[in-house]
Design a protein around this ligand. Structure first.
Ligand code: TA6
Length: 303
């Protein structure tokens, strides 16, 4: 339904005066801009992707590349892409797009509402002939983003078919940081991880995660809350999650950034990805008519 409406019609139907407005993004696709006494934020129908959140009195928390592409079928570099139903490359199909099929498509706007936690925006998408060409599962996914003193994301997967399926998922958050080389990610000490820059060799985290080289670690069997400590911006981001058993930490570093045409030369220094996920051995099995929700909440405090 909402897919056929103009941005003006969407705003008339879903907009909330002074709180939530529908606008066109640089690609000419609808986005919701939230403004409230608690925070400001933006989420796009393109991938149901949050690209901005700033609590009142604080700087932007979410990194968005100045070179991001805004094209249907292409991923937006930055923000909070949703990876589903596979993470990274598709094991049995090297032609399939990385990180699944939902981050590059236009979702339907379901609702915008105000509640005690802030302004909540819900968007959905579902399986269709395009997804079935790559993945047999019948699904409906819903992303609910609540912009308030905290940013809360609830990503729900429903199996709408008659067969069980197994899927991976990630809320691939790009955090804006003062200098990636000076941040510390606390809460993964002693956790086993697979190092994707080293043939996915199994290692164990010692102390805080620091970024001093290309980093692409998948921490397994961990539901721990994390702190992203940023001595340059003098703030800490508290990250808590539910129903997520893996966490990915990624930064391409200089050499990795060169391979990414939609990331500016030195922009890797302003970003750190910390991704609440269920990947690899933590992938989720879902029976027909069953649902699963992963929740991530982030809050900002001075260091
Ligand atoms: O989350 C880390 C990762 O899987 C890395 O391996 C790297 O590829 C990154 O995602 C970005 O992926 P993208 O497909 O958006 O370029």
């Amino acid at each position: 339904m909402s897919g056929t409406l103009t941005v003006e019609e969407l705003d008339r139907r879903f907009g909330i005066a002074g709180r939530a407005q529908l606008l066109n993004d640089p690609g000419g696709l609808p986005k919701v801009r939230v403004t409230s006494p608690e925070s400001t934020g933006e989420i796009h129908l393109h991938g149901a992707q949050v690209t901005s959140w700033a609590p009142a009195g604080a700087e932007e928390v979410v990194f968005l590349s100045r070179h991001a592409r805004w094209e249907q079928g292409k991923a937006i570099r930055g923000g909070i892409p949703i990876c589903f139903p596979w993470f990274r490359g598709k094991a049995d199909n090297s032609q399939a797009p990385a990180h699944g099929v939902v981050r590059t498509r236009i979702w339907a706007l379901e609702s915008i509402g105000q509640n005690a936690e802030g302004v909540s925006v819900s968007m959905s998408t579902a399986s269709d002939p395009d997804t079935r060409r790559l993945w047999p599962g019948e699904f409906r996914v819903l992303q609910r983003a609540t912009f308030g003193k905290e940013l809360k994301l609830e990503f729900t997967v429903s199996n709408t078919g008659t067969s069980p399926f197994r899927f991976e998922e990630a809320l691939h958050t790009y955090y804006k940081v003062g200098d990636a080389r000076k941040v510390r990610i606390r809460g993964l000490d002693g956790v086993a991880y697979l190092d994707n820059t080293d043939g996915n060799r199994r290692k164990t985290q010692q102390g805080d995660v620091v970024i001093s080289a290309p980093t692409d670690n998948a921490y397994m069997n961990t539901s721990a809350g994390l702190q992203l400590l940023d001595s340059v911006l003098n703030r800490q981001v508290q990250i808590t999650k539910q129903n997520s058993h893996s966490t990915v930490v990624w930064n391409p570093w200089a050499e990795g950034a060169q391979a990414l045409s939609d990331l500016g030369q030195d922009e890797w220094q302003q970003m750190a990805c910390v991704e609440a996920s269920n990947i690899l051995d933590n992938a989720i099995e879902l029976a027909p008519l069953e649902g699963h929700t992963i929740t991530v909440t982030m809050a900002v405090n001075p260091l």
